[in-house]
Design a protein around this ligand. Structure first.
Ligand code: PMP
Length: 385
């Protein structure tokens, strides 16, 4: 089977599984316990935190472990809003945030916070002019993803950080799809808080972090003594150690940059090969700055489920848009925000490449998929005439 759904989740690296197994069997004590085994677990937690901080360009105290990006996003948004000055009663989100994050945004009105959404252009890039108009002195929080999970489009984090800083607003960045795919440095990114999830970079599911700039106040959403009172609950040591191992196997900035280059070349070969064989191919955001391994495309107006069915026959795992919303018959909200009409949006297929993707995978797809789709596209063209 060929796995082309790395934006949904990634296979854990062997070093990650190995590191976790040794924690499960040998380091199961509670890191808050005062006895010997507890102190041993506490030392392992400290070592993982130091390794995580090193890999992400932050201080160890700036790492708040969570159960993943969804929780990190909730902690950042609710926690930063609760700590904001009373006259700041507005929040600004991009209109193409992850589905769960948009749901969270829509609940904020109940707490008396009004929310505005920054629109995107037709190529999926953020409308910076609109962002500048929305981010004023009454804004408490701006929340922006670093890279979109469907289109792969990179968002202008540095520019929005400057806008937020000028307005005195906090900036939260959901870097779930960015970290591990492109070089990242917390100290340099300009955000007050950054969300990440380990399973997007060959780590385990159910663990992630909120990186929180030292000195930034945040109201905890889960009470307890762990994580310096910012997130209660017994630490998930196997997950935390697994996440550190996942970050280490990325190979630092050089390793990430080299892999990004390899994936961009494979992605381009895939898109160019498909376009040559099937002129009805359309790739969204092709000219925009985007993640190296993400390709969001449609074959004419062939419904996504038809294309996915043919991919399934070839043992290729891919998805239509985000994993959490696929299976539905609603067009992707991300494509809708880009102004894409429903019949085109319902044809959307996402191919996302990753560390396990090889040149052979791409060559196989290029040889096997066009013959399956070509008759369908010809048929569709004939009935349209
Ligand atoms: N944000 C983005 C941009 C994502 O792509 C995802 C995962 N699909 C999440 C948040 C949520 O991550 P998790 O399910 O690990 O909490």
């Amino acid at each position: 089977a060929i796995y082309l759904d790395h934006n949904a989740t990634t296979p854990p690296a062997p070093a990650v599984v190995e590191a976790m197994m040794s924690v499960f069997s040998g380091l199961w004590a509670n890191a808050s316990s005062q006895h010997g085994p507890g102190q041993e677990a506490k030392r392992a937690l400290g070592a993982a935190r130091a390794a995580t901080a090193r890999a992400l360009g932050c201080k160890p105290v700036e790492v708040v472990y969570t159960s993943g990006a969804t929780e990190s996003n909730h902690l950042a948004v609710r926690g930063l809003l609760a700590a904001a000055a009373p006259m700041r009663r507005r929040a600004v989100f991009s209109s193409v945030e992850h589905a769960g994050h948009l749901k969270l945004a829509r609940t904020l009105a109940e707490g008396g916070v009004s929310v505005d959404f920054i629109p995107v252009h037709g190529d999926g890039t953020l409308d910076l002019g609109a962002a500048a108009a929305l981010i004023g002195p009454d804004v408490a929080l701006v929340s922006l993803m670093a890279a979109n999970n469907e289109t792969g489009v990179l968002m202008p984090v540095a520019e929005v950080a400057a806008l937020a800083q000028a307005a005195g607003a906090r900036l939260h960045v959901d870097a779930t799809q960015f970290i591990g795919k492109l070089p990242f440095d917390f100290a340099a990114c300009g955000a007050d808080a950054v969300s990440l999830s380990a399973h997007k970079f060959q780590g385990p599911k159910g663990v992630g972090a909120l990186l929180l700039r030292q000195g930034v106040c945040l109201a905890p959403q889960t009470l307890g003594s762990q994580e310096r009172n910012r997130r209660g609950g017994t630490e998930n040591l196997p997950g935390i150690v697994g996440m550190a191992a996942a970050l280490e196997q990325l190979g630092g900035t050089a390793g990430v940059a080299a892999e990004a280059e390899r994936l961009a070349a494979l992605r381009d070969a895939l898109e160019q090969g498909l376009a040559r064989a099937l002129p009805a191919l359309h790739v969204w955001a092709q000219g925009a700055p985007r993640l190296p391994g993400t390709s969001y495309l449609r074959f004419g107006r062939l419904p996504a489920e038809v294309v996915l069915n043919r991919l399934e026959r070839l043992s290729v795992a891919a998805s239509s848009g985000a994993a959490c919303s696929s299976g539905g018959s609603e067009p992707s909200p991300v494509l809708t925000a880009m102004g894409v009409p429903p019949d085109e949006a319902l044809a959307a297929v996402r191919l996302s490449l990753g560390r396990t993707t090889t040149r052979e995978d791409v060559d196989y797809l290029l040889a096997a998929l066009p013959p399956l789709l070509e008759p369908l596209l010809r048929q569709a063209a004939e009935t349209a005439v």
